[in-house]
Write a protein that binds this ligand. Structure first.
Ligand code: ADP
Length: 489
């Protein structure tokens, strides 16, 4: 089975969130299981700099507003997995995130930037770009790659099958409808049965309508996005593909996130040598200028700061939590008002609250290893990774019962308890879950240790989910074309 993963991000080359972790770990796990896996990425500056042994495959010439587009074949650093890189300097070589500038404004030509990605993916899969390789499956991740599914459906060769994974329904890639001629797709796709979405053009819909199979990153989120509350207007499109939408839980890169081997933390530990966690905890408190004591619950947050993540609830609950002796460590960035509010919280609670606005991978490892608990109070959460990193590191997750959080964390009051779960998106519900955690840690250390051990012993590795995706590819390849495939022929 030859698989082409198409995405805008991959760890460690370019990462704004969990998508990058998934796109790094899933192909590697599938390759270990015998699949012939390659990736296609836009040639962002860090991708051009980070890939190894790049060589040209084909000169595509000028298209999608770029004067010069070349396809390169290279190797991923670390895994040596083959990766195609779209070298289009005019479209991709800019300082900023894959999606916008440092000020948070989206690039004005994102339509062309990601239309090119999908178009090349489909041609590459169908043997039109690299004469030495073609794919059986194009696996498109999020809206950035979704147009590949429409092109695959349109392609006369018809052997390729597409799978579309929704990593977050909130980001849909919406553009003015009148820009459709820039896409390189036939006008018949510009209807509500195609890409049109309430007078706009939706890249996400190209995945939802034309992919042969749709997946999302947890079983609970797969059910949630079929409802108006979580569907962001596309719940109807999801329901219309009922039976073809599957939730497959993300895994954890077990080598990268392993306290027994983690080079970023002050002392390594595992189930047999748990005392290293105490060293990490003390070192973290000292490093961040928090009172070095054994009693406080050290609560961590590693997150984008956005309304999705429910961190306004944490801010509202903070005075009560600090009064109850909780120490809070926050690392994140994003929404300017949330950044300012967290900075302020640090000023108001010196020695109790530490806030780092910014992105720092090694620091995230030290925080997760040193904290007692990690909070993920999201309003919605497709899968969530930091609660799983917490489980691996004996750092008990405190989460809201939504999406992948509901699938991975079980409340202390249940037989399989490995963390703390609350239902309402309110500061009170969050505060009471954190206080339950603090109480349990203080009064029932054995019960706490048992939950830590349960989390650390759990199998969160990618192997099972990677196999599930491979089965799904087989099903898609075995016929059973999605409805959109008819539209495009
Ligand atoms: P999302 O993709 O919605 O942002 P996830 O929990 O799925 O949320 O993935 C977030 C990823 O980004 C995790 O790997 C997390 O550790 C990482 N991350 C988020 N913010 C930071 C930060 N400020 N510093 C380091 N890592 C971060």
């Amino acid at each position: 089975m030859r698989v082409l993963h198409v995405a805008a991000e991959v760890f460690p080359l370019v990462k704004t969130g969990g998508l990058a972790d998934v796109v790094a770990a899933l192909p590697a796990a599938q390759a270990q299981q015998g699949a012939e896996v390659r990736m296609l990425l836009p040639g962002l500056p860090s991708v051009m700099d980070g890939v190894q042994h790049a060589r040209p495959v084909i000169d595509i010439g000028s298209c999608f507003g770029a004067l010069r587009v070349r396809l390169l074949l290279a190797r991923m650093p670390g895994t040596a997995l083959p990766v195609y890189v779209l070298d289009a300097p005019y479209l991709y070589r800019r300082a900023g995130s894959p999606y916008g500038n440092h000020a948070g404004e989206e690039w004005p030509d994102n339509l062309q930037r990601f239309a090119l990605l999908g178009w090349v993916a489909a041609h590459l899969a169908a043997d039109d770009a690299d004469l030495r390789w073609r794919a059986d499956i194009v696996h498109a991740h999020d809206w950035h790659a979704a147009l590949a599914c429409a092109h695959v459906a349109d392609h006369p060769a018809g052997e390729v099958r597409s799978v579309f994974t929704i990593h977050n329904m909130a980001f849909q890639g919406l553009f003015p409808l009148h820009d459709w001629p820039l896409l390189g797709l036939a006008s018949r796709h510009m209807s509500p049965a195609g890409l049109e979405f309430h007078g706009q053009l939706s890249f996400m819909k190209a995945g939802l309508q034309y992919a042969h199979r749709i997946t999302t990153v947890s079983p609970t989120y797969a059910r949630e996005i079929a409802t108006p509350e979580f569907g962001f207007g596309l719940d109807g499109a999801i329901r219309s593909r009922a039976g073809e939408v599957v939730g497959i839980l993300n895994g954890v890169d077990a080598e990268l996130w392993n306290p027994a081997t983690d080079a970023a933390i002050p002392e390594r530990y595992d189930l047999k040598r748990p005392q290293g966690k105490t060293t990490c905890r003390r070192a973290l408190q000292a490093e961040l200028g928090l009172a070095v004591d054994e009693k406080s619950l050290v609560l961590a947050v590693i997150s984008r700061l956005s309304a999705q993540k429910g961190l306004d609830l944490l801010l509202a609950a903070l005075p009560q939590l600090v009064a109850a002796g909780v120490q809070l460590v926050v690392q994140g960035g994003g929404d300017a008002s949330l950044e300012a509010a967290f900075r302020m919280a640090q000023e108001v609670h010196p020695g109790r609250v530490h806030v780092h606005i910014g992105y720092d991978e090694a620091r995230a490892h030290r925080i997760i290893a040193g904290a007692d608990a990690i909070a993920v109070p999201s309003r919605f959460e497709p899968c969530g990774l930091t609660q799983m990193y917490g489980l691996r590191y004996g750092t008990l997750p405190i989460v809201r019962r939504v999406g992948g959080l509901a699938d991975t964390v079980h409340d202390a009051a249940t037989a399989l308890g490995n963390g703390f779960v609350f239902d309402e998106a309110t500061p009170t519900a969050l505060a009471s879950a954190v206080q339950r955690a603090a109480r349990l840690r203080a009064t029932e250390p054995q019960a706490w240790t048992l939950m830590q051990e349960r989390g650390m012993a759990a199998d969160l590795a990618w192997a099972g989910s990677a196999r599930r995706y491979l089965q799904l590819y087989q099903e898609a390849a075995g016929g059973l074309a999605g409805p959109g495939s008819e539209v495009g022929r």
